[in-house]
Ligand binder design. Sequence first.
Ligand code: FES
Length: 274
Amino acid sequence: MWDYTKEVMEHYRNPKNVGKIDDAEAIGEAGSLVCGDALKIYLKIKDNMVVDAKFQTFGCGSAVASSSVLTEMIIGKPLDEVKKITNKDIADRLGGLPPEKMHCSVMGHEALENALSKYFKEDVAPHEKDKMVCTCFSVTEKQILNAIKDNNLKTLEEVTNYTKAGGACGNCKADIQAILDKYYGSEISKAKPILTKTQRIIKINDIIENQIATELRKDGGDIDLIDIDDNKVYVELKGCCSKCKNSTMTLKNFVEATLREMLDEKIEVIEVEK
Ligand code: FES
């Protein structure tokens, strides 16, 4: 059984803006009935503002909730702002989604992107040019790459959670892994510029707060950055992590490994007990 937030439950039970707009300026689609989830979003646009939005969806409760909250997020907003909405914004507005349901927020974002592309008459046929990776769920290379970039996905399992690709016959798993390897192979070389001392401190702080602490908090743990001395990073583990007999593993295999992977292989993480 999934653990849904009260926002998800509220939007699922009382979805807002369900239906269609006959004279919509833009209609966006994502997913397909064959794949089990589909969304159509209708936008009424006036003076570069979304003045109304409605949706029709076929999918689970998370798909309904994601679509419903998305319409609330865009109605009354200028297009410049609407364009910047990501799937993470949709999930955040719902107070989070179970990892296995993140693909519902991605579907919302893709439908919105599709509508805006049509409205601005951009190239809207990525599926024709883009390489199809997962035929079971009609997921293309570009969609997988976008999900990786937008959500900082690192593993095959995460890609499946966010896109569904790889979640059926599994024949595409090697291709998905190759996309991940290629992306991080190039990203790592790009992501390791020479930083000033201050930039390095900011970066370490950012990784700890936004990547590491976020993960630890999911299990009742937490972490504080105490000090940085060249390659030595001093931290305090808190919550469950401080009492856990596996805290050394958490420190080395997760905290240190993440900092090394994202920033510098020479980093050593040291626990400070207060
Ligand atoms: S081709 Fe991707 S799960 Fe079947």
